[in-house]
Design a protein around this ligand. Structure first.
Ligand SMILES: [Zn+2]
Length: 116
């Protein structure tokens, strides 16, 4: 199988890698803050418990989307290591740099992301 040509120069790859690892660090610390909050003792007062529950749901959603994003970032860093970062995981076409700048962890080109 022929090697997929590098979509980006090493400089560009390094730039995306820096962005991805920065975001990875942000998410990791945000997620551990969310976990720490979950571990707080529950409020024994019933009125506050209802409020806490809805807060927990918000925290839970944040946690889930954060974990999804972290997984996507891990996968993107893996593609960077393999030299296939910036090519669509579905059709193999190069992904727009504008798209990667907005969403550096995306594995799909614009067309494929919208046809999933
Ligand atoms: Zn595609």
């Amino acid at each position: 199988m022929p090697l997929t040509p590098l979509a980006f120069s090493p400089t560009e790859n390094a730039r995306y890698k820096a962005r991805l690892t920065t975001r990875q660090r942000e998410l990791t610390s945000r997620l551990s803050a969310i976990e720490a909050d979950f571990e707080q003792p529950r409020n024994p007062d019933a009125d506050d418990r209802a409020l806490e529950r809805s807060n927990d749901e918000v925290l839970d959603k944040l946690g889930v989307s954060g974990q999804d994003e972290l997984r996507a970032i891990d996968a993107a860093l893996d593609r960077l290591r393999k030299g296939i970062y910036g090519t669509c995981a579905k059709c193999g076409a190069p992904i727009d740099t504008a798209r990667l700048d907005a969403l550096p962890q995306t594995p799909f080109c614009h067309a494929c992301a919208h046809s999933l």
